[in-house]
Ligand binder design. Structure first.
Ligand SMILES: Nc1ncnc2c1ncn2[C@@H]1O[C@H](COP(=O)(O)OS(=O)(=O)O)[C@@H](OP(=O)(O)O)[C@H]1O
Ligand SMILES: Nc1ncnc2c1ncn2[C@@H]1O[C@H](COP(=O)(O)OP(=O)(O)O)[C@@H](O)[C@H]1O
Length: 132
C-alpha cells in the first residue's frame, strides 16, 4: 500500500489516519466480493481502527493485537529502523517519537514475548477462527 495507493502519505498522525482509512475501504470492497482479507499494518490509532471496524458487519472484522514490548522490538530491529530512530535519523517512528494506542478489546491477543514460535502464534489465530 505504501509503495502504491498510499505513496503520497507520510507517517504524521493525519497521514497514518488516511493510510488506514484507504486500507479499510479497499479491504471492505474486497470483502463485499467474498475475499478474505488479512491486513498487517501498524494502525497505531484506536479511532482509525474503530472506524474501519464500523464498515463491516458484526463478526466480519477480527482485530489481532501482536503485543510486543518496545524493548523486544528494539532487540529484534529487523530493519535497523529502531536504531535509526534512536539516532534521530528517522522521525515520527512508532514507539519512539510517535504513539501506539494498544487495542482495548482485540478479538485475539498474541503476546510476542512469551517464547511462542511464529508458528505457535499463528495457531492462536487459527484456533480463534475454528472456534467461532
Ligand atoms: N516513521 C515510521 N514509523 C513507523 N513505521 C515506519 C516509519 N518509517 C518507515 N516505516 C515502515 O513503514 C511500515 C509501517 O507502515 P504502516 O502503513 O503499517 O503504518 S501505519 O499503519 O500508517 O502507522 C513498516 O514497514 P514494514 O515493516 O516493511 O511493514 C515500517 O518499518
Ligand atoms: N514469536 C514470534 N512472533 C512473531 N515474530 C517473531 C517471534 N519470534 C521472533 N520473531 C521475529 O520478529 C520479527 C518480526 O518482524 P516483522 O515481520 O518486521 O514484524 P512487524 O512487521 O510486525 O514489525 C521477525 O524477524 C520474526 O521472525
Amino acid at each position: 500500500m505504501r509503495n502504491g495507493l498510499c505513496k503520497d502519505l507520510s507517517f504524521s498522525k493525519e497521514d497514518r489516519e488516511e493510510n488506514i482509512r484507504r486500507i479499510g475501504q479497499v479491504a471492505h470492497q474486497m470483502v463485499q466480493t467474498d475475499f478474505i482479507v488479512v491486513c498487517a499494518f501498524i494502525s497505531p490509532f484506536r479511532d482509525s481502527r474503530d472506524k474501519v471496524r464500523a464498515l463491516f458487519q458484526k463478526g466480519q472484522f477480527i482485530e489481532v493485537f501482536v503485543d510486543t514490548p518496545l524493548e523486544l522490538c528494539e532487540e529484534r530491529d529487523v530493519k535497523g529502523l529502531y536504531k535509526k530512530a534512536r539516532a534521530g535519523e528517522v522521525k515520527e517512528f512508532t514507539g519512539i517519537d510517535s504513539p501506539y494506542e494498544k487495542p482495548l478489546q482485540p478479538e485475539v491477543c498474541i503476546k510476542s514475548n512469551n517464547n511462542l514460535t511464529v508458528k505457535e502464534s499463528a495457531k492462536l489465530i487459527i484456533n480463534y477462527l475454528e472456534k467461532r
